[in-house]
Design a protein around this ligand. Structure first.
Ligand code: HMG
Ligand code: MG
Length: 286
């Protein structure tokens, strides 16, 4: 039944691996993506085309996209901070791209070295080119409840940015609890504002699990009508520019919670478990 469906958007190969200090061989990244391609995901984020000085781990995005075996029906996504990144992603035949803005100025500066307004100005030519070339663009909004630099984020700021990115052509807005400190209460306050500005069918939840509440936050977001959530096998991840931030909610944990609530993800649990085990071997001990 369509009403009981929830999509998990696998972001492990990008958000999960970007923060690892050990240079992970390209072949290992490709092996992870190839395994994930058999799990039943509709979308997998596999690379980012950002400055290799800022995120050295993602410097081999083009090689990853060239090396994977593309499964039919799977969209392979890449993150792009500027037109140069967009051109890289397109040359590497990413199926869709994502731009990423912050709802707080402190994180915008730390992550993109510019103000929120300046980041939007950089995204405009990407959105224009993507529209012309028929590439879907997803929009991330970071720090939707808490910013490691500015403190709590006003829900109205998230709603305004989500609305702006939607108006500019993003087909979906992924709402990021970048630091993983959100609670069901702060998520509810944020979603009350955001769903007043953007339809829940165009929203996704992207919850890091630092505080151990990510599954609870998914449950809260389900109540607001969201049916897409970003997750990473093995709970890998963190953002190098968000001090203290830990991994994304684990895909397998999200599956368990969704199943207990009567939702199905259509994913093959045996493949997910193998991918989670593989992902954990790629992570250095902390
Ligand atoms: P900058 O230093 O202000 O700008 O960085 P720049 O234009 O001077 O670029 C610096 C150097 O990078 C230059 O090289 C550029 O050529 C090069 P140099 O001249 O010094 O040799 N460069 C590039 N190289 C390859 N690809 C590019 C590119 N652009 C510039 N596209 C910049 C500005 C935006 C580039 C930088 O701040 C950056 O790369 N930031 C990305 C940081 C990042 O990837 N963070 C993690 C992803 S976001 C995230 O994890 C959050 C999310 O998961 C949601 C959530 O959890 O909230 C999505
Ligand atoms: Mg993230």
């Amino acid at each position: 039944d369509q009403a009981d469906r929830v999509e998990l958007f696998e972001v492990g190969p990008r958000d999960g691996l970007q923060n690892e200090k050990r240079p992970i061989p390209t072949g290992e990244k490709i092996a992870l993506v190839d395994l994930l391609s058999q799990a039943g995901f509709r979308r997998i984020e596999v690379a980012s085309f950002v400055s290799p000085k800022w995120v050295p781990q993602m410097a081999d995005g083009a090689e990853v996209l060239a090396g994977i075996r593309r499964a039919p029906g799977v969209s392979y996504a890449a993150l792009t901070p500027n037109l140069r990144g967009y051109e890289g992603a397109r040359a590497a035949r990413a199926d869709e791209i994502a731009i990423f803005a912050s709802a707080s100025e402190g994180f915008s500066k730390a992550n993109l070295n510019c103000t929120i307004a300046e980041s939007i100005a950089r995204f405009l030519p990407i959105l224009e080119a993507a529209k012309e070339q028929g590439l879907p663009v997803r929009g991330y909004v970071s720090c939707v409840t808490d910013c490691p630099f500015d403190g709590p984020t006003p829900p109205g700021a998230v709603a305004a940015l989500a609305e702006q990115l939607t108006a500019l052509g993003c087909y979906e807005i992924s709402l990021g609890d970048t630091v993983g400190r959100a609670t069901p209460e702060s998520i509810a306050a944020m979603l009350k504002a955001v769903t007043g500005a953007v339809a829940p069918a165009r929203l996704a939840g992207h919850f890091h699990d630092t505080g151990g509440r990510a599954c609870d936050n998914i449950e809260t977001a389900l109540g607001f009508g969201l049916r897409v959530f970003d997750s990473a096998v093995g709970g890998l991840g963190g953002c190098p520019y968000a001090p203290g931030a830990q991994g994304n909610v684990a895909t397998e944990a999200a599956m368990d919670r969704l199943q207990s609530l009567g939702f199905s993800t259509g994913l093959d649990r045996a493949v997910i478990d193998r991918a989670a085990a593989l992902a954990r071997t790629m992570r250095e001990p902390r």
